[in-house]
Design a protein around this ligand. Structure first.
Ligand SMILES: [Zn+2]
Length: 379
């Protein structure tokens, strides 16, 4: 940002975006997306994922490491950043694996991964089963000071009943105990149960450095509601009860949950778990929480993810990167065929959403306006 204020005079060669009846916010950051490269370009590429991101109003995304191979070496982390840079759309912040191959055993080289540009560590998709392995990884990861992002599902309970809420709740409780013991900033991915929220609220009271995110699908639909949509509903963690959905919404309002994150999980088939999320997210959060104050909505999408990941952005102050999202309360119909993402499955297909991004600006360049996506020129 060069200047911010009222009654600024534009230079002759400057473009003007009409933002009347719209909100001008610091760029939205989606801290949980799956871009599928390397390994599965038929599901998504970094380029198609970044086009989906800016179309949805996101100036930056954090890319999860459950690619093939997993993002567990500095070279792979650098490769993701280079492809993203060349694509010239959203900023991409790689999240590196906690363990080699995300197998839950051998810790990766946290210092080298952080130096290569990893903003956080996660074995997302998997939960490190051994508490000893998790604790020793967290102790080592403390040195470069990056956040730990954990996917909390207890495999033993899940094997008995995948819908049992204690699959998640017990794993969250364990991780909070480790976060407390290791004093590492700890982030819990896609919280979905009332029990997990109660644990996180209690941890915050004790000033444990623990934060949490929630997805649009867990906020908008109970399992019963989603079953009537005629769309495959399989996702990890699974959709929950009406009581859980209510608890998630309350936790967003109270601040127990810190961030919105889409868990954008594009697939090329109809059976793999997860949904395409980047292009519905901004509208879906407003759909699930129509009464959420706009300031809180923006902090959940921008300043809080920036703070948790320790990345630039989250502010419109002069001198900060000119990453800006302009959004408006305008009704629109979700048509997955029009997605830039290769993943077309969403529970919001055919729904009218009350809000959408109308322009996305990354580093001072307009990369999306009124649904059209333009690449920045390659550096
Ligand atoms: Zn996950």
């Amino acid at each position: 940002m060069i200047e911010i204020g009222e009654l600024l005079k534009p230079d002759e060669d400057e473009d003007i975006i009409d933002a009347r009846n719209a909100y001008v916010a610091p760029g939205f950051i989606d801290m949980h997306v799956h871009l599928r490269e390397p390994g599965n370009p038929e599901k998504e590429t970094i380029a198609s994922g970044c086009a989906a991101a800016v179309a949805g109003g996101f100036t930056a995304v954090a890319a999860m490491p459950n690619t093939h191979p997993a993002l567990d070496t500095p070279d792979l982390v650098r490769w993701v950043r280079e492809i993203a840079e060349r694509t010239g759309l959203a900023r991409v912040y790689p999240v590196a694996a906690i363990t080699h191959g995300r197998e839950g055993r051998e810790p990766t080289d946290y210092r080298a991964l952080a130096d290569a540009g990893a903003v956080a560590f996660s074995d997302d998709g998997n939960t490190i089963e051994s508490a000893i392995a998790q604790t020793s990884a967290a102790l080592r990861a403390r040195e470069p000071g990056r956040a730990f992002i954990t996917h909390c599902e207890n495999a033993a309970i899940k094997e008995q009943n995948e819908f049992d809420p204690s699959v998640e709740t017990s794993a969250v409780e364990r991780d909070i105990a480790i976060a407390r013991a290791t004093a590492l900033p700890w982030h819990i991915a896609h919280v979905s149960t009332q029990g997990a929220i109660e644990s996180i609220a209690a941890a915050k009271e004790l000033h444990i450095a623990c934060t949490a995110e929630v997805t649009p699908h867990h906020l908008a639909f109970s399992r019963e509601e989603a079953a009537g949509l005629g769309i495959p509903t399989k996702v990890h963690p699974p959709l929950r009860s009406v009581e859980d959905v209510d608890a998630l919404r309350r936790a967003v309002r109270s601040g127990t949950i810190d961030a919105f994150a889409s868990d954008h999980a594009p697939h090329a088939d109809d059976v793999s778990p997860g949904f395409s999320g980047l292009e519905i997210a901004a509208g879906a959060y407003a759909y699930a929480l129509p009464d959420l104050p706009v300031r809180r909505y923006v902090s959940m999408l921008s300043s809080n993810p920036a703070r948790i990941l320790g990345v630039p952005g989250g502010t419109l102050a002069a001198g900060s990167p000119a990453d800006v999202t302009i959004f408006a309360d305008r009704d629109w119909l979700v048509d997955p065929a029009a997605f830039h993402s290769k993943g077309k499955r969403t529970l919001f297909a055919g729904k009218r959403l009350p809000r959408r991004a109308i322009a996305t600006i990354v580093g001072g360049t307009v990369v999306m306006q009124d649904g059209r996506v333009f690449a920045r020129s390659a550096p």
